[in-house]
Ligand binder design. Structure first.
Ligand SMILES: [Mg+2]
Length: 169
């Protein structure tokens, strides 16, 4: 049970901006719920890196997208969402499920056809897995929009999750 909750369905070796969208579409994913901080936006920055913006503009032509952030700042998250005309939620309280459940209801799709993409196991992956979404763990982005290959926080979370029995096999 724990193993399943803390294990992403897909642990990507890339940031969101390099994530091959076709592979999600091939799995019959019909909508995306995206984390914002360090998935789309580098820490302490308000502008999307060009790579993330490019990915988002392409993706939103193919599937509905909702930005789901634990960040309380409507200014920060709203700024990104408005740039791309995307619906968004702040103070989402992940890993709690209430906000995510509302988003699923709005999308009107079964959870298994919705992917939740984020950089944190104990918020993003856990919330998504609790409701049966297809969860994708991506590398967090550094201030230049590049992947943090050895992110301390994500590595710590991966070790803790493994200790609790998560992981392949
Ligand atoms: Mg994040």
């Amino acid at each position: 049970m724990l193993r399943q909750l803390f294990t992403p369905d897909w642990q990507a070796a890339t940031t969101l901006a390099q994530l091959p969208l076709e592979q999600l579409l091939e799995r019959d994913i019909r909508a995306l719920v995206l984390d914002v901080d360090r998935t789309l936006l580098p820490r302490r920055q308000a502008e999307l890196p060009a790579s993330a913006e490019h990915w988002l503009r392409h993706a939103r032509n193919l599937v509905p997208i909702h930005l789901l952030s634990n960040n309380p700042s409507r200014r920060r998250i709203g700024h990104v969402a408005e740039q791309l005309a995307l619906p968004f939620t702040t103070s989402a309280g992940k890993p709690r499920c209430s906000a995510l459940r509302r988003v699923l209801a709005e999308l009107g799709l079964p959870a298994a056809h919705v992917a939740l993409v984020g950089d944190r196991i104990f918020t993003d992956v856990l919330a998504g897995n609790r409701l049966g979404l297809f969860t994708v763990l991506v590398k967090p982005i550094d201030p230049d929009g590049q992947p943090c290959q050895r992110d301390r926080l994500q590595n710590l979370e991966l070790r803790m999750a493994r200790w609790m029995g998560a992981g392949p096999g």
